[in-house]
Design a binder for this molecule. Sequence first.
Ligand SMILES: [Zn+2]
Length: 270
Amino acid sequence: MPLFKTNAIVIRSLNYGESDKIITFFTTDFGRLKGIAKGARRSRKRFQNALGLFSHLRLIFFDKEGMGLVRAESCDILHSFPKIKEDLKKILYGNYYLELVNEMAGEREENREAFELLLSFLSNLESTEPQEEQLRLFEIRMLSLFGYHPNMKRCELCKRDWEDLKECPTVFFSFEKGTMVCERCSKAWNHLVPFSLGTARLIEKVSQLELPKIQRLRFTLQALSESREILPKFINYQLGKEMKSLKALRGIEANLSSHLPLSPGGRGTG
Ligand SMILES: [Zn+2]
């Protein structure tokens, strides 16, 4: 059986039988790859506890025919992201990143940019406090990288662009068509949500910017609330399902905010 090497991030990990694990990896060279790690729960030598969620590793695997499960032979940990695993909010953010990749990535379809993006967001989560912008930035970039890029540049129907629409800054988004329409044309379609031209421009900007620059972007409160209304629902619509980890995150956040006083010097000056 041919032997392969690649860098990988563990995006799902399930115990299987007495001592094995079924792992879904997101890899630099093969995109999403599902494999079995025989004896992973016994053999510390070969897998060094490397197969937990979020682990970034150098993977060696056997592949019979380029079909079905590969057989993980060994792996060396590059980053285990211990601080993510110690903090409930970080775990929830990280789980959402992994779930999005797992749902969007094609089996054995290489997407190096998406790999670099996931690694960069995990590294950022490891070293900084989770901020809601991060979720939205990740969603925007992943939508683009996996071919779901929404049209935020001009009205889909009359083709007027940002410049032409300056006078009427409220526009609408169609989840079904993944596009913006202007107020005048909005009568033609159903199931639209209103949002501002400013947020449309921001989403477009985020999808174009170089990776190192996007981590520093801050949203206004309006952009944050509008993008929260649009992006997760657009993803649900495109994938035909709700992301479980985002639902869990929202549940925990609602719970926390009902027990903690609002801090006056907190975020939101955007
Ligand atoms: Zn229009």
